[in-house]
Design a protein around this ligand. Sequence first.
Ligand code: PEP
Length: 255
Amino acid sequence: MRHPFIAGNWKMHKTVHDAVVYTKEFRRLVADVTEVEIVIAPAFTALHAVAEAARNSNVGVAAQDLYWEARGAFTGEVSAEMIREAGAEYVIIGHSERRALFGETDADVNRKTRAALAAGLTPIVCIGETLAEREANRTFEVLDRQIRDGLPGLTPEQLSALVVAYEPVWAIGTGRTATPAQAEQAHTHIRARLADGFGPDPARECHLVYGGSVKPGNIRELMEAGDVDGALVGGASLDAEAFAEIVAGSLKAPV
Ligand code: PEP
């Protein structure tokens, strides 16, 4: 039985000091939560300090990106092994900001996902359509392409351990949340495509979470939508109390 999966993506926020203060407070706020998989994703600079501050708690740690090569002359990049050694167990891959601002492609997402899995990290792979794509009725076509080109080469076992985040780009950081019906429609489609590619069991077992302006006030209705296993949260995860409320609000019967 999977528990809900709730991850907070801090993006380029929080110094090491602020990140540690947050983590100490947050782990206290969620200490009694046993049935949610909880993850926070600080910037690389704070990764090790946050992992130390979260040690022996129910709070896991994610990096926000990685590079697929193990080592070498790749100035500014960070490998999966470095991330593991810093204390993280998860890594966000293919966030729409990386795709839009840094030119990340589906092929890059695939290389990063495979590198993460090879190093024992759990990838949180982000997919989702832009507003223009949705308005042109191309949502499913875009999701299909991102799955087809972003996830080839994974074994069914690897797929079952994956977290796939459906993040409609028009809902990220905009305050405009997908309706539960829109989330459910996209998730049902994604789950079916994953079943086509990897088989029904791995597709059912992988976590499929929603991201896009999730807040304490809307987490419950989103979790009630069919096929939503949790959330990837940006802005609202920057405040420890708000994020703890989202964690509490995600609790429903294990999915
Ligand atoms: C995100 O960055 O993945 C995200 C969902 O951001 P926000 O919650 O701020 O929309």
